[in-house]
Write a protein that binds this ligand. Sequence first.
Ligand code: ZN
Length: 619
Amino acid sequence: MKPGFATLFLFLLLLQGIYASGSDRWQQHVSYTMDIDFDVETHRFTGKQKLVYTNNSPDTLYHVFYHLFFNAFQPGSMMDVRSSQPATMDLQIGTRISALGPDEIGYLHISRLECNGRKVEFKEEGTILEVSLKQPILPGSMVTFEMDFNGQVPMQIRRSGRFNEEGIDYSMSQWYPKMCEYDYQGWHADPYIGREFYGVWGAYDVTIRIDHRYIVGATGHLQDPESIGYGYGGIEIPVNKVGKTVWRFTADNIHDFVWAADPDYTHTTHLCADGTRLHFFYVETPENKQPWEQLPKIMEEALDIINARYGKYPYGEYSFIQGGDGGMEYPMATLITGNRPLVSLVGVSVHELLHSWFQMMMGTNELLHAWMDEGFTTYASSETMDELVRRKFIPGEPSDFPSESSYQGYFALAKSGREEPLSTHADHLNMSALYPLSAYNKGAVFLQQLEYVIGPSAWEKGMLAYFNEWKFKHPNPNDFIRVMEKASGLELDWYKEYFVYTSKTIDYGIREASPDGSGTKITLERIGQMPMPIDLVVTDEKGNKEVYNIPLRIMRGEKQPETKRKKDWHVAEDWPWTNPVYELHIPLRFEQIQRIEIDPSLRMADINRENNSYPKPGS
Ligand SMILES: [Zn+2]
C-alpha cells in the first residue's frame, strides 16, 4: 500500500469513527473506588467512595444526582405507596414495605460530600441525592467527588436485601450511592419505584471488608485471590481465620456493581474453551446439588450460541450467584433463586446472562425503553433455550416457533383493552401487572415480527451490526431501527411508529377467492389499523406451495426470502397502506386451489387468525 493511500485510508477510518453513531452520542464516564466495612451483626455498613467523573457532554453541569436505592425500602416511600395501590401493586413487593420496622428497613445516608476537595451542598429526596455544585463542571472536564456513606441492608423485599426466601444472607444490589446518567436527553434522576435501571459506564474498584466466615460473589475480577484462599476449584476460607476478610474486585466498562455474601456458599468455577471463566455460588441442598453441578457445561454451550448470534462476551468472567428474588441482571453477574429443577435453573441463567448484551453492553435506558432490554432478552432466551434442546444439553422437544408464548402474552395484552404503548415509561404504567406482557412479550414479538418483515438474512446481519455499532452507547429505538433499515435496505420507520408508539393492532383477512379467467382472484382486506407486508401461501391440490409476498409500498422494497424458498417465491404488487382492500391475481386455476393462508409461519402478530385462511376453518 502506498503511503499516500494509507494516510487517506486512516483519515477515512477516523471520520467514520467520529460520525458512525452521530455526534450527539458522547458518553459521561465514571471511575469509582469504594471501601466498605460491613457488620454482619447489625446488617449495617459504612463506606468511602471516591468518584472521578468526566463530563464529556457539551453542557456545563451545575448539579449532579446520585441514586440512593436502599431508601426505597422504608414505609411511605414512593415504591411503598405505588405498590400499596391495587392497580400498580408489584406482587413481589405487595404491602411488605409498609410493615418494615426500624431495624428492617433499608437506608443509605451521606455524611460527607466533597467535590475537588471542597464541601458541596446536598439533600436527600427519598431515593435521589440532589447535589448543588459551588463550581460547575465544565464541558470536557474531570472532577473528583469524595463521600462517606452508611447504610442498612433491608429485609429482602425486591432484588436486594438480607435473608432471602432461600436463606441467602446478603443480596447486595443497588446498594451504593450511584451517579445518575446524564445523556443527550439530560439528567435521568429517576426515583426508585419498581422498574429498572440506567447507568454510566466506567471503572469500579470495590473493597469489601466482611466477617471471615462469609464467601463473596460479585461483579468484576477478584484481586489477590490467593490471599483469601481462592483456588480455581473455588473459594475455601481457611478455618483458623479470624476477623474480617478483605475482598477487592475491579472491572472496567461496567455501569453497576453487585455482590452477595453467605457463609454457606459452595463456589465452583468453569473455564470455557474460549477462555471465559464462569463462577457459580450456591448453598447446596440435596435437591439443588445436581442441577447446579450440571449447570456449568450447559452455560458454556449457551455462551457459545449467544456469542455467535449477538456478538462476543467481552468481560472474561461471569458469576451465577444464588440470591435476590427470581432473577436479576447485573454486569458480569446475576442474582437468581437457585432451588429449581434443571430446566428452570438453566432458563433463568440463560435469560440473565443474555442481559449482558441487552442491558450491560447496549445500556438502553430501561425505564424509557424496557422492551429493548427485556423484550430482546426474552426473544433471545427462547431461541437459545430451543437451541440447547436441539443440541441435547437440556431435555425437551425442539420447537419451530420458540417465541410462541411471547405472542400469546402479547395477544392477551392487546385484547385486555388496557394496553399502553411500549413507549410508556416503565414506572408510569396504569397497571403494573401488564408490564411483563408489554416489555417482555410485546418486546419479543417486536423482534421476531421484524424478522418476518425484513427476512432472516437481513435480520441476522442487522442484529450483529446493532451490537457492533451500538455497544457501550445507549441506543434508543430509532438507533435500532436505523441499523435494521441499513441491513435490509428497507424503510422501517412505520414499523417502529406503529408497534412502539401506539397500541394499534394487526388484523388481515381473506375476503374471498373466485375464478378469474384461467386463474384466480384473491381479495384481501386490512381490518386492523396497523399495516404490514403479507406473505400469502397458496397450496394446490397436490400440496405444492407458492408464496406471494406483498410488500407495503412505504417499505420501498421487499424482503429477501430464505434461500430454500427462493423458487416458489413471488413478489406481488405493493400494497399502499391506505387501501383497506387488495386484489391479487394468480395463474393457478380456482378449482386447483386446496388452501390459501396469510402468514402460516404465525410470525405476524395478527390478533384474529380466524379470517386468515380460505376456505375458512370448518367450511
Ligand atoms: Zn430480564
